[in-house]
Design a protein. Structure first.
Length: 33
């Protein structure tokens, strides 16, 4: 469970690095609502 969750976190972090800044802001706004 922990290793699986860590893998998801790593995937999200890599995705975050590849994602443009404007898209990051849209995602963060979408998650806040």
């Amino acid at each position: 469970m922990l290793t699986r969750n860590h893998g998801i976190i790593r995937y999200m972090m890599t995705l975050h690095k590849l994602t443009p800044l404007w898209l990051q802001r849209k995602i963060s706004l979408f998650l806040q609502t």
